[in-house]
Design a protein around this ligand. Structure first.
Ligand code: ADP
Length: 272
């Protein structure tokens, strides 16, 4: 189960979490920025090797859920932690405002379809948690429907876990000040204009409500088989180093094995 390193960030299911008490600038998990950056590169390479083995083994999968306010660095995390893996064996799924077709189904329909099959690392950039976060804050569904979803999510994640999917969930915890900095960059740097969406400012106004909704989801949906980790995310290197290490340790714990030859003896094969 969770390593001592991962436990620093892990939410214990059923226990209240106060995000205000977790410093988004906390660097104390690491000795220095230089060392942490060197570790990210090593961890990413190890993840690449382990992913190759997981793919070859073809029996289990890993699901990495990334959630966070706008500008919290979900894309940057994918780039830093999983780029070495290349496109084989890793699937990234962004979850946007549901389409008409998606809305015509239950909220987990689109999510279940995107769950990683055996051998694959699946990364959710946003996830089914939007249905108890933005949907709750902006009152996009009936309160009683939202209330039911926590248990529905727990049952869904248990189903995935029972069928061989290891689940890691990361809340990228940035401060409101850091978000302001990053939003300012998006409206001043022409290379970042495309990342700006005026509706992000609406969500920013609802910050305390989002934090409340996160706290509830963290508390109610963090069983041992699908734990949430709150990752200080004001510093990109802290965020990347923490997530890379937890992913690497999780894959090491899964210990995938290359399959043995099935019905043939490598010593007896003659290739002319
Ligand atoms: P991102 O911010 O993830 O880079 P977008 O700018 O396209 O990408 O934002 C996606 C938007 O979709 C977010 O504002 C998010 O809250 C919203 N969203 C995702 N899932 C849902 C959902 N189930 N219901 C309503 N809105 C959702």
């Amino acid at each position: 189960m969770a390593s001592p390193f991962a436990r620093r960030f892990t939410v214990e299911g059923g226990k209240s979490v106060s995000l205000a008490k977790i410093d988004p600038r906390d660097e104390s998990a690491f000795e220095s920025k230089e060392k942490a950056k060197a570790e990210i590169a090593k961890d990413a390479e190890a993840i690449n090797q382990l992913q190759d083995c997981l793919y070859a083994e073809g029996r289990r999968s890993l699901l990495v859920v990334l959630q966070g306010m706008d500008c919290s660095g979900k894309d940057g995390t994918v780039r830093a932690v999983f780029n070495t893996c290349g496109p084989i064996g890793v699937e990234v799924t962004p979850f946007k405002v549901p389409s008409a077709e998606e809305r015509a189904h239950d909220f987990l329909w689109r999510v279940h379809k995107a769950a990683p099959p055996k051998g694959i690392i699946g990364i959710f950039n946003r996830s089914h948690y939007e249905d108890v976060l933005v949907v709750k804050v902006k009152k996009l569904a009936k309160p009683e429907d939202i209330e039911r979803r926590y248990e529905e999510i727990n049952n869904f994640e248990k189903l995935l876990s029972d069928h061989g999917t290891r689940i890691l969930k990361f809340m990228l915890h940035i401060s409101k000040d850091e978000q302001a900095e990053r939003l300012r960059e998006r409206v001043t740097d022409p290379k970042k204009f495309w990342k700006f969406n005026p509706s992000d400012l609406e969500d920013r106004k609802l910050w305390p409500h989002f934090m409340d909704a996160y706290e509830t989801a963290l508390k109610r949906c963090s069983p041992a088989h699908a734990p949430w980790h709150v990752i200080p995310a004001d510093r990109n290197w802290v965020r990347n180093a923490a997530i890379a290490r937890i992913v690497r340790e999780t894959l090491e714990d899964m210990a995938p094995k290359y399959p043995k030859p099935d019905g043939w003896d490598p010593k007896k094969v003659v290739i002319e």
